[in-house]
Design a protein around this ligand. Structure first.
Ligand SMILES: [Ca+2]
Ligand SMILES: [Ca+2]
Length: 249
């Protein structure tokens, strides 16, 4: 069993190094690298946990204790849920903001701002400036609601969104690894909640959105408050392997 464990650990370390190597393709904020796991349950984009297991296939990334978000990917989509636990008020000035730089090889970014929970604007960024884009967003779908969830029984604001990976009428195709920024704002309780807590106008200060080809390890599916580093994935997998070994004894 020790040999099997050592082999698994070495394999995970090698896999982790691969992730780090791929993730270094574009400059990013140090220490902000997260992982999307393959979609196990295709979510309904309705702005809430539609079923108890809808998002247990995505690892949790926390912004302090106020916000948590998860993501998954598959051949068609990248899919996301954001929960703003401390926002329990409906204000016209509330805002969700997310930005991404889809491909390290091109100088194009996108920014989305949802204000007052019903008005979305999206922007094209080139060389540090933003230009608002008009028209429908055929490749994006989003919804938010004021709901309780399996993670918190107190109703709070929840956002779900998803993006087609390869079909987009107006934006670039997603690379395997890309830079990402997320920010939430509660007008009743102003404060800066962002991942990373950096400049939303500078893609090289955003985090790295990486991926794993393996389903999420069991030990990472619920309630673990970790920053998603490569080390945390290795530790999580060790926990998973240990539990599996215990079950078979
Ligand atoms: Ca849902
Ligand atoms: Ca609010």
């Amino acid at each position: 069993m020790k040999k099997a464990f050592a082999t698994t650990f070495c394999a995970l370390m090698f896999f982790s190094l691969l992730l780090l190597t791929v993730g270094a393709a574009m400059a990013a904020e140090p220490g902000y690298e997260r992982i999307s796991y393959p979609t196990q349950v295709i979510p309904t984009i309705d702005g809430m946990w539609t079923t108890e297991d809808e998002w247990t296939d995505g690892e949790v990334t926390w912004i302090g204790t106020d916000v948590a978000f998860r993501s998954t990917y598959d051949v068609e989509m990248t899919r996301w849920i954001v929960e703003f636990f401390s926002d329990t008020t409906d204000d016209a000035g509330d805002m969700w903001r997310f930005c991404y730089h889809p491909d390290p090889s091109i100088d194009i970014s996108y920014k989305f701002e949802i204000s007052g929970h019903d008005d979305i604007k999206w922007y094209l960024g080139v060389g540090g400036g933003w230009t608002e884009l008009g028209g429908a967003m055929m490749s994006w779908e989003w919804a938010n609601s004021f709901s309780a969830s399996p993670t918190n029984s107190t109703p709070h604001w929840i956002l779900e969104f998803q993006r087609l990976k390869d079909v987009d009428e107006a934006s670039a195709t997603l690379a395997d690894v890309w830079n990402f920024y997320l920010e939430t704002f509660d007008a009743s309780n102003p404060g800066f909640h962002a991942w990373p807590p950096t400049d939303p106008d500078d893609p090289e200060q955003w985090g790295v959105e990486n991926y794993s080809t393996e389903p999420i390890p069991e030990g990472l599916t619920f309630g673990i408050m970790v920053l998603l580093s490569t080390v945390s994935v290795v530790v999580g997998y060790k926990y998973f392997v240990k539990r599996k070994e215990t079950k078979t004894q």
